[in-house]
Structures are given as C-alpha cells and as structure tokens.
Design a protein around this ligand. Structure first.
Ligand SMILES: NC(=O)c1ccc[n+]([C@@H]2O[C@H](COP(=O)([O-])OP(=O)(O)OC[C@H]3O[C@@H](n4cnc5c(N)ncnc54)[C@H](O)[C@@H]3O)[C@@H](O)[C@H]2O)c1
Length: 337
C-alpha cells in the first residue's frame, strides 16, 4: 500500500503529474491537494481504471493535513510559475507556500519522502529543511529538490547537437549544482556515451550546448508567452523521479544507476567529500545519489571534471551560496489572527 500526495495538483504541472502518478502501479492511494479545483481534477482522474484510489482536497477543514495524512511520498509543484523576463529567484514568493506545506507534512506524514518541484528549488529546499527541523522531524535522506528535468533536457539537447535526436534516451549527462541558470552545471566530460572530441573540443559548440542546458527553461517560458513555464516535460521528469524513489523504497529495486537531486549534503556519508570537491561549505547541492528503502543511501562524489567545468563550478557556487542562505533564513509571516 503506497500513498502519494500531489500539492498543487490543479496546476500546469500538477495535473499531468497527477495523471502520471495515477498510472503508476505501485501507488494505491493518490491524494490531490490544491487551493483551487482539486476536487474536479480528482473526480476526472478517478475514472481511470488503475489501482490508485484518488481523492481531492481543498483548504477548508484543514484540507492539507487531511490530504497528507499517512502519506509515503509527497510531490510538490505548488506555487507561482515564471513569466517572461523572470528568473527562478524572482519566485521567492513561493517560500511562504513551501513553509506552510512543510508544517502540514511535519504534522501529517513526517516520514514521507518529500519531492520539491516549486521554484526557486535552490531556496525552497532549505525552506523545507528548516521548517521540518523546527518541528523536530527533518530526515535529510528523505528530502529531494527535483532537478531531474535538467538531466532530461541535457540528454535531449546533446542528442540533438550530435545529429541523433532519436537517441536521446541513450545519452546520460550528469548535471550537478543547483536548478537555476549558471548554478546548473552539466558535466559534459562525464557524458555516456562519450561526446566526440570535435564537439567537446570545439569551444563555441560546447559553450552553446552548456548554455542551452542551463537556460533551456527560458525557451519554454518565451514560447508560452506569459502563460507559464515548463509543465508537461516537468510532469514527466517529476513522475520519473518519483518512480526512482518509489522503486527503491517499495518496489524492491535499488536504483540501477545513481540519480541526481538537490539534497542536503549532511544527508549521508559522502556529503563532506562533495564539499571538499567543490571547495565550498555549501549545505545543499545537486549530486548523484544512491537510493534505498529509506531514501538516500549514499551521496556520490562529483569525480573528475575538466578545466571548462571547473570554471563553471566557480560561477555556480558563487550564486548558490546566497540562494541557500535566503531559503535557510526565511521567516514565514506570522498567521493572521
Ligand atoms: N523543479 C523544476 O525543474 C521546475 C520546472 C518547471 C516549473 N517549476 C516550478 O513549479 C511550480 C509550479 O509551476 P506550474 O507551472 O504548475 O504553476 P501553476 O500556477 O500552473 O500551478 C501551481 C498550482 O499551485 C497551486 N497553489 C498555489 N498556492 C498553493 C498552496 N498554498 N497550496 C497548494 N497549492 C497551491 C495553484 O492553485 C496552482 O494550481 C512553479 O514554482 C515553477 O516555477 C519547477
């Protein structure tokens, strides 16, 4: 029996993500929470003939905690998306929503795996961690900032550059750092299969590919022209990442290969080694992790990177530090009396 909850389930990401989770045979109960329209989305999805029983919840009568009660996994795309000209940092308004949801999780399902999609991930994950710490229930092995869309984009864009777009699923590019502009650090030198030297060694081609991976989200924001940011690709990436966590925890399948997520570096052995590799005392970083029944089992080293990547790492670290600090020191407004 596995209970999954989507917070922000009626949104652009929330709806297709809820659909994909409804199709996941490991999930037997699916709760959909939103401040609007969650009942309609739940009624619609409930007609699909898969095992998961779907229920919708709105805020009245402590709806968030009723939705979350006893959850095993909570996926959170709640909040405001970007409009043209905005960076993810401009979405810090979402911090308050994240703090409120974290408090509800602390009360209703303190042992759940928490997958944070709401931007700016670089700051909202620290907001979750600090709120859970205050409630005395923070388990860093169970908290993930979902950066998997960066990995998905990296495979797709690399395959396109190599003239083999149909081979996108075969390409694996580790992407570490954070989830915003220059904090997104694709490790092209570690790509599998190896990138031919006429691409990797061509500065202009390489810079263009790195830039597309870092700022790929802007292509969608621009094309949607005011109607939001990536939703369908994010839903697919979020559902795929949830599947990795669910398989490791409940499906009896440890991840076949490491997965990447933005995690607390104190989560497990390995985090301190990453801090040494990046040469900075950052508490959060997107890294390769191994998953098991209790979440993160091991944080893996970044490994060897080349000179171009070292330069990018410097820029990523410089921007990540203040974003982490902003989230970690966020003070939610006191409730209105
Ligand atoms: N991690 C990533 O890679 C990634 C990628 C794309 C978008 N995002 C982020 O995901 C978030 C959602 O994007 P979207 O396009 O689905 O936005 P959206 O506006 O379409 O949907 C957000 C949903 O959240 C709901 N919501 C607002 N406040 C809430 C609260 N307090 N509790 C529960 N639900 C609440 C809204 O009613 C809405 O249905 C944004 O912050 C966006 O920047 C992250």
């Amino acid at each position: 029996m596995v209970k999954a909850v989507v917070c922000g389930a009626a949104g652009g990401i929330g709806q297709p993500l809820s659909l994909l989770l409804k199709l996941n045979p490991l999930i037997t109960e699916l709760s959909l929470y939103d401040v609007v329209n969650a009942l309609g989305v739940a009624a619609d999805l409930s007609h699909i003939a898969t095992p998961a029983q779907v229920t919708g919840f709105l805020p009245p009568d402590n709806g968030a905690e009723r939705a979350l009660k006893g959850a095993d996994i909570v996926v959170i795309p709640a909040g405001v998306p970007r409009k043209p000209g905005m960076t993810r940092d401009d979405l810090f308004v979402n911090a308050g929503i994240c703090a409120t949801l974290a408090s509800a999780i602390a009360n209703a399902c303190p042992k759940a795996f928490i997958l944070v999609i709401s931007n700016p991930v670089n700051s909202t994950v620290p907001v979750f961690a600090e709120t859970l710490k205050k409630a005395g229930v923070f388990d860093p092995k169970r908290l993930f900032g979902v950066t998997h869309l960066d990995i998905v984009r990296a495979s797709t864009f690399l395959a396109t550059v190599l003239g083999k777009p149909q081979d996108a699923p075969k390409y694996k590019v580790p992407v570490v750092g954070g989830h915003s502009g220059v904090t997104i650090l694709p490790l092209l030198s570690q790509a599998e299969p190896k990138i031919p030297s006429d691409v990797l060694g061509d500065k202009a081609k390489r810079d263009a590919l790195v830039n597309r991976i870092q700022f790929g989200g802007d292509e969608v924001v621009k094309a949607k022209d005011g109607a939001g940011s990536a939703t369908l690709s994010m839903a697919q990436a979020g559902a795929e990442f949830a599947e990795f966590v669910l398989q490791a925890a409940f499906g009896g399948k440890k991840s076949q290969r490491p997965v990447q997520a933005y995690v607390y570096l104190g989560a497990e052995a390995g985090g301190e080694a990453v801090k040494k590799e990046i040469g900075a005392d950052l508490d959060y970083f997107s890294v390769n992790v191994e998953l098991g029944p209790n979440g993160i089992e091991k944080i893996l080293p970044i490994g060897q990177i080349d000179a171009a990547e070292k330069e990018l790492l410097g820029a990523a670290v410089k921007e990540l530090g203040p974003s982490i600090e902003k989230g970690a020191t966020f003070q939610p407004a006191p409730p209105k009396l």
